[in-house]
Design a protein around this ligand. Sequence first.
Ligand SMILES: *[C@@H]1O[C@H](CO)[C@@H](O)[C@H](O)[C@H]1NC(C)=O
Length: 154
Amino acid sequence: MSILQTLILFSFLLSASHAAVQDFCVGDLSAPEGPAGYSCKKVSAVTVNDFVFSGLSVAGNTSNLIKAAVTPAFVTQFPGLNGLGISLARLDIAPGGVIPLHTHPGGSEVLFVIQGSISVGFISSSANTVYLKTLNKGDSMIFPQAIALPIECW
Ligand SMILES: *[C@@H]1O[C@H](CO)[C@@H](O)[C@H](O)[C@H]1NC(C)=O
């Protein structure tokens, strides 16, 4: 049974207020998260490991109703992403699995297929059109923000 694996990169809208004054703002997860993200960890406490995340090496468990699993690498799992306007996720989908229709109001998405084939698409309300495509290993597709996005694997 071949399991589809995809890597999803999200690019979120944000203000660039942190970027102007320092190179990075590793999230201090011990403080509450605000609308612009977490406050910055003290630079003296930052290590290279704040910029490295290995959690996407582990396949998600697809033994569920939708036969799919999303493994996030968001700021909560990967504090080095804080304030940069990007995040990642790993998507594992078993044959017959589906990611239900959903939207990403705050960010565009890049999907990159590492293994398998999927049918993906999005619905544009402004163009009143469905953009649907079968993607294979190595293919990428972008999903502009705020549009509906279904994903299906067979
Ligand atoms: C995957 O999830 C199912 C259902 O919750 C569970 O029975 C199974 O043990 C899990 N498999 C792994 C490898 O964690």
